[in-house]
Design a protein around this ligand. Structure first.
Ligand SMILES: C[S@@+](CC[C@H](N)C(=O)[O-])C[C@H]1O[C@@H](n2cnc3c(N)ncnc32)[C@H](O)[C@@H]1O
Length: 264
């Protein structure tokens, strides 16, 4: 069975998709999330990576952020994603950047155990993925298990409920399959319970607003091409999704938060 993101990743690196990302984000790093290049550059030092380190990306997608981090820090890296198309696009990206020796990509379902031994990684990242996972407490315990003591875990959750949200909005906000939205403090508590010490949180909703508005406008300006390619119903559903993301963020009903924690 194909994963919910498979269709989106089919032509991820076509000229049209690259152009849309460049317009939407200002700088295309191959992300399929709300992260901007500036945010990622600010976060890399927090991971404390060196060329001897090993980094894990949970839900790496086509590995844009992962390739960027491993190129900058020269570390070894592993990317896991449930989508076969994500892993194919990620392998192509790693090869095109000359990073195939540095980056291992593997299809894996994060609702199951992380397929690595205890204390294998020096850092773990996960960008805008946790809201798709069924048991985040179990995932955080798995992260604590695969991290070395003192290893860093940095993730973003774009689904923190900070105001009233209607059932229609929830439906429109979740076109990519299963999604789970949590109130503030849930991630904080579950990290602590998993044995991960919270170091920092940061409200990344302003970046999401920029990326969502950029994606919406870029797609609208290429409407004819996209409708041919995606079909009208998908195009409209995606636009409605982006409009809902924007509206929820503008009235601070749904926030995107970055969490940085350390293994004990
Ligand atoms: C919003 S995208 C983020 C991709 C990437 N982190 C980035 O920043 O470009 C969310 C990703 O989570 C992956 N995902 C969703 N559920 C998953 C699961 N159960 N196991 C592994 N990956 C999953 C999707 O396939 C998708 O690539």
């Amino acid at each position: 069975m194909s994963a919910p993101y498979d269709k989106l990743y089919e032509h991820f690196d076509s000229p049209l998709m690259r152009q849309l990302r460049a317009e939407a984000y200002g700088e295309d790093i191959g992300q399929h999330s709300w992260i901007t290049a500036e945010e990622l550059r600010a976060d890399i030092p927090k991971l404390k990576l060196s060329p001897e380190s090993c980094l894990l990306d949970l839900g790496c997608g086509p590995a844009g952020p992962l390739a960027y981090i491993s190129a900058q820090s020269k570390c070894q890296a592993v990317g896991l994603d449930v989508s076969a198309n994500a892993i194919a696009a990620a392998r192509a990206r790693a090869a095109s950047l000359g990073l195939s020796e540095q980056i291992t990509l593997q299809q894996a379902n994060l609702n199951e155990q992380i397929p690595f031994a205890d204390a294998h990684f020096h850092a773990v990242v996960s960008i805008d993925v946790v809201l798709h996972l069924r048991d985040r407490a179990a995932v955080f315990r798995e992260v604590a298990r695969v991290l070395v003591p003192g290893g860093r875990f940095l993730f973003t959750d774009a689904g923190v409920i900070t105001g009233p949200v209607s059932s229609e909005e929830i439906q429109s906000r979740a076109p990519h399959g299963y999604a789970q939205f949590v109130p503030p403090d849930v991630n904080e508590q579950l990290l602590e319970r998993a044995g991960l010490r919270l170091i920092e949180t940061c409200n990344r909703t302003p970046g999401l607003l920029k990326s969502a508005a950029g994606r919406l406008a870029a797609r609208e300006s290429r409407r004819t091409e996209l409708e041919k390619f995606e079909g009208s119903p998908t195009f409209l559903r995606q636009q409605q999704y982006l409009q809902t993301v924007l509206a929820l963020a503008q009235r601070t009903a749904l926030s995107r938060i970055m969490y940085l924690a350390e293994s004990r």
